[in-house]
Design a protein around this ligand. Structure first.
Ligand code: FES
Length: 120
């Protein structure tokens, strides 16, 4: 797992780009609707950083062509993006936010963490 930041350093409505090492592409981490979410930073349409997009609840709008991605599933909800981006699990331990690259949740279980969650 990769440490992102202290939870107070990522306020509601903000996002941050995290380099995930050689094994995977950069990851965008968001704090919105009272929870943290992580998805691939690169838009599935073209070369744009989703961490620089606009948050609308649990959705982020790509800054280049305005495709909207659901942070819970990674699925685009409108064109021009047709393919999903990957979601990544996040946890909060002792006030530190971590992202788990390539770890997907069990269907029906959340991939997000609320700020008050403490997962050992
Ligand atoms: S690059 Fe994201 S919608 Fe085109």
């Amino acid at each position: 797992m990769i440490p992102v930041c202290r939870i107070e350093d990522l306020p509601e409505g903000e996002s941050v780009r995290v380099e995930a090492g050689d094994a995977t592409a950069a990851i965008a981490v968001f704090h919105t609707d009272g929870a943290f979410y992580a998805i691939d930073d690169m838009c599935s349409h073209q070369d744009a950083s989703l961490s620089e997009g606009w948050l609308e609840g649990c959705y982020v709008e790509c800054p280049l062509h305005a495709a909207l991605f659901d942070l819970r599933s990674g699925e685009p909800t409108c064109l021009p993006a047709r393919k999903p981006v990957r979601t990544h699990a996040v946890t909060v331990v002792d006030g530190i936010l971590y992202v788990h690259p390539m770890v997907r949740s069990v269907p029906g279980e959340p991939v997000h963490a609320a700020p008050e969650e403490a997962v050992a």
